[in-house]
Design a binder for this molecule. Sequence first.
Ligand code: PLP
Length: 393
Amino acid sequence: MDTKNLGFNSKLIHSGQFHDEFGSATVPIYQTSTFSFKSADHGAACFAGEEDGYIYTRLGNPTINALEDAVADLEGGYRGVATSSGMGAVTAVYFGMLGAGMHMVGHNAMYGPSRMVMETLFKKFGTESTWVDATDAQNVLDAIQDNTKLIYLETPANPTMGITDLEAIVKIAHEKNIPVCVDNTFCSPYLQQPFDFGVDIVLHSMTKFINGHADIVAGMVITKTEKYYSEIRGAMMNIGSNMDPHQAYMVNRGLKTLAIRIERAQESAQKIAYYLENHPKIEWVKYPGLKSHPQYELAQKQMKGPGSMISFELKGGFTAGKTLMDNVQLALLAVSLGGVETLIQHPASMTHSKIPKKSREEAHITDGLVRFAVGIEDVEDIIADLDQALVLI
Ligand code: PLP
């Protein structure tokens, strides 16, 4: 059906979906590696791109394409490229957009491996990068070189919750013909639609909010227009970071409840953020829904809601944080986020441990920072859990 004029919740249910000849209510799993052609001429025409038709699952598959169309529609983009993981999406963008002798500017606080893969692997093949605090757009402008071919942002950033002004950076970048890519994992299209601010490429670790049930690893890249789409899809297909049909089915299933899961977790997160901010053992809290957040006004403008990710530091730094993490009982001590269960983790020794300490400190990823991903349990139980663990510090 044409979903163009539907509201977001209706799009979640119907975008990209098709029903087979038996009238299936959900998109079936086409668990096949290859597809037979009607004739040799048809096969040749499919390969030449002269006729529509599936060839081989690494190149395309109906179950995967349904998910690509759904997420592209939700983001308001042209088309999606589904990947085996969020890192598969990040590297498909890097491979598609960059090469030897080219340069990228990135936000200095972002998911650790998204930065490390550029500073190690891609550097080995001659791509350079500069990492700046992009919450000040002037820093991005200052870092641009003649060979800059990509500006790569994450907002809110993992794990500092710093918020970047997308409109301001797009303006700077487009004046120099440089595309802007945003990792929209922390918000999902429900809370932020970067294409509205002129961004060119959006990506997700769908492992997080979009799938939402901590049972699948998956990624997606969406481009705003046809431009950049074929480079990124080509990179993904040839590297082989494609999604599997079963994985696509699972994500499609999780996607349908995205809005209600986020609404619920966000409502709790706001209460937990107030609780933490007023707790005598907490040094600071960063949550876009608190007036004390340095980019509170920008969050109000750019995001439809503050989300469910909180970072904070205890008085007593890392030692106190460790006691908290070792004593929570309801929250799982685990990396990842965006699932139905509440998670707590320590970025400096876990997700961001491969970033050298000096770079971590420049990016405000302090040793004492604790990241809290709020789930959909009863908020009273989450607060009671924190309360009993904080008493022990
Ligand atoms: N981007 C962000 C913001 C993330 O938090 C993560 C993982 O935590 C990734 C990308 C990588 O995703 P994946 O673990 O699905 O490869």
